[in-house]
Design a binder for this molecule. Structure first.
Ligand code: NAI
Length: 459
C-alpha cells in the first residue's frame, strides 16, 4: 500500500516536496491557505525581479549615451509594469498548479491545523497521513515604533504594489530585501535612504564585496546611514518624517514611504504545533539533520525551521525530508547553497567567506580577479565587479566564492558545483571556459590564488 504524505504549505518548499513525494509513489495531499507558489512566486523573489528587470533596463537606456543609445522621452509605464508582474506570477503559479495536477497531488484550500501526529484538519475535513511535511514559510518582521501604522509605512509585500514609483523612500534594514528595493527604486529615480542598525549592510556577505556594491549603489544615488535606528515616523505636511537616531545624533528624513525590511519570522503561530508538543525556539521549528521534528514522522522544511530563509534551500530541504520520509537516504549539502542578491550589479556567494575561514582558523589563500580584466564585463557594465575565491592553502580546494558583477547570480552555480565536487583551483583552471563570457573570471580568480592570472597584472 502506498504511503500517504500530507504537505502543509504550497511555496517552493511545499510544492517541490509534494511533487517529489508523488514521484516516489506516495499519495500526496497539499494544503495551502493562500496562493500556490507561496511568498517566492506571489510576493517575493519573482515579482521583485520583474520590477528590477524593467528598472535596470530603464536606467541603462536613460544613461545610454555612452553605449550609443539615445532615446527621447523614455519613461516607465507603471500600469503596464504592474500588469506584467501579475502576468508573470499567474503564468508561474499556473505552471506549478499544472505540475501538481500532473503529479496527482490533491490540493486542499484552507488553513491546516495539526490535530494529532497523523491528522491534519482543513476546513471541516480531517485528513490522515503517514508522514507530515510542515512548510509554513515566513512573514515579515514588523517593528514597533510610534507611527508604525501610518499610511505610507509599508512592508516588502506592499512595496511591490504601489500605485506609482515613490519620489522618495526611507528603507529600514540594509539586508537582502532592503538593498534590492533600494536598487529598484533608485534606478527609477526615487531618492533612497537605507537605515541600517549594524555598522555595515549585508552582514553575511564578504566585506570586500559589500564595500564594492555599496560604492555602486551610492553611484545610483542611494544614501546609507549605518549604526542608525528608526525611532519614530511622523506625518509631515506632504510626506512622512522618519526620525532616525544615527550614532547618537537625530536626523529627520522626509519621504513619501518608509519601507520596513528588518527580516522575516517563521509563520508558525496558531497551527497546532504546541498542542502536539513540537519543539520550537523563538517561533522556529527545531529539526534534526533529516528535517524531522521531535515528533517522528513530522518534518519541518524551509523558512519555518529558520535555518536559512531562501527558496532554493527550502526546495532542497523538502526533497531531502520527503526522501527520508519515504525510506531513502538523501543528501543535503548546505555548503552548496548559493546566496544571490539582485542588486545592480548582482552579488552572489557560496561556501565560506574570508571572515569565516579566519574565524574557523582554516589555512587559506585568496584569489581575486577584478572584472576590469574581463572583456564581456567591460562590454556589459564597464568592468565593474570582482570574483574572489577562497581556497585551502595546501591543496587548493575551493572553500568559498564571492562575486559582484553582471550575471553572477547565474555564474555562482559553477562555484557551488566546485564545492560539491570538492574541486581544486587546478580543476577550475583546467576546465576551459568560453570566450567572451563573464564566467572566464572564475579560472582567472583561481589562477590569481598563485599570482598567475593571465588578464591582470599580478602583484
Ligand atoms: P535580513 O535579515 O537579510 O536583513 C535585515 C537587516 O535589517 C539586517 O541587516 C539588520 O541588521 C537590519 N535591522 C534589523 N532591525 C533593524 C532596525 N530596527 N533598524 C535598522 N535596521 C535593522 O532580512 P530581509 O532583508 O528583511 O530579508 C528577509 C529574508 O528573506 C532573508 O533571510 C533573506 O535572505 C530572504 N530574501 C532573500 C532574497 C534573495 O535571495 N535574493 C531576496 C529577499 C529576501
Amino acid at each position: 500500500m502506498s504511503k500517504k504524505i500530507i504537505v502543509i504549505g504550497g511555496g517552493p518548499g511545499g510544492y517541490v516536496s509534494a511533487i517529489r513525494a508523488s514521484q516516489l509513489g506516495a499519495e500526496v495531499h497539499l494544503i495551502e491557505n493562500e496562493k500556490i507558489g507561496g511568498t517566492c512566486l506571489n510576493v517575493g523573489c519573482i515579482p521583485t525581479k520583474v520590477l528590477l528587470h524593467t528598472a535596470e533596463l530603464y536606467h541603462s537606456v536613460l544613461h545610454g549615451d555612452a553605449i550609443g543609445l539615445k532615446a527621447d522621452h523614455i519613461k516607465i509605464d507603471w500600469d503596464t509594469l504592474m500588469k506584467r508582474k501579475q502576468t508573470v506570477i499567474r503564468r508561474l503559479v499556473g505552471g506549478v498548479e499544472g505540475l501538481l495536477k500532473a503529479n496527482k497531488v490533491m490540493v486542499h484550500k484552507g488553513k491546516a491545523i495539526l490535530e494529532d501526529e497523523h491528522t491534519v484538519k482543513v476546513n471541516d475535513e480531517s485528513i490522515k497521513g503517514d508522514k507530515i511535511i510542515l512548510a509554513y514559510g515566513s512573514l515579515p518582521v514588523s517593528l514597533n515604533f510610534p507611527g508604525a501604522n501610518l499610511p505610507g509605512v509599508i512592508d516588502s509585500t506592499a512595496a511591490l504594489s504601489l500605485s506609482k514609483p515613490p519620489s522618495s523612500i526611507v528603507i529600514v534594514g540594509g539586508g537582502v530585501i532592503g538593498v534590492e528595493f533600494a536598487c529598484l527604486f533608485a534606478s527609477m529615480g526615487t531618492k533612497v535612504t537605507v537605515v541600517e542598525l549594524l555598522p555595515e549592510i549585508l552582514p553575511l556577505i564578504d566585506i570586500e564585496i559589500t564595500q564594492l556594491i555599496k560604492q555602486e549603489m551610492k553611484k545610483l544615488g542611494v544614501t546609507f546611514m549605518n549604526q542608525a535606528k528608526l525611532s519614530e515616523v511622523k506625518k509631515g505636511s506632504k510626506d512622512l518624517i522618519a526620525c532616525v537616531d544615527c550614532n547618537g545624533r537625530e536626523a529627520q528624513l522626509s519621504a513619501e514611504h518608509v519601507l520596513v525590511a528588518v527580516g522575516r519570522k517563521p509563520n508558525t503561530v496558531d497551527v497546532g504545533l504546541e498542542k502536539l508538543g513540537i519543539q520550537m525556539e523563538r517561533g522556529k521549528i527545531i529539526v534534526n539533520k533529516d528535517f524531522e521534528t521531535n515528533i517522528p514522522g513530522i518534518y519541518a522544511i524551509g523558512d519555518c525551521n529558520g535555518q536559512i530563509m531562501l527558496a532554493h534551500a527550502a526546495s532542497a530541504q523538502g526533497v531531502a525530508a520527503v526522501e527520508h520520509a519515504m525510506g531513502h537516504n538523501p543528501e543535503y549539502l548546505s555548503n552548496t547553497i548559493p546566496s544571490c542578491i539582485y542588486t545592480s550589479p548582482e552579488v552572489a556567494s557560496v561556501g565560506l567567506t574570508e571572515e569565516e575561514v579566519k574565524k574557523q582558523n582554516i589555512e587559506y589563500k585568496v584569489g581575486k580577479f577584478p572584472l576590469a580584466g574581463n572583456g564581456k564585463s567591460i562590454i556589459e557594465n564597464d568592468g565593474v565587479g570582482m570574483v574572489k575565491i577562497i581556497a585551502g592553502k595546501t591543496h587548493g580546494e575551493i572553500l568559498g566564492v564571492s562575486m559582484m558583477g553582471p550575471r553572477v547570480t547565474d555564474i555562482i552555480a559553477e562555484a557551488a558545483l566546485a564545492i560539491r565536487l570538492e574541486a581544486t583551483a587546478d580543476e577550475l583552471i583546467t576546465t576551459i571556459h568560453a570566450h567572451p563570457t563573464i564566467s572566464e573570471s572564475m579560472p582567472e580568480a583561481a589562477l590569481s590564488l598563485d599570482g598567475i592570472a593571465i588578464h591582470w597584472i599580478n602583484n
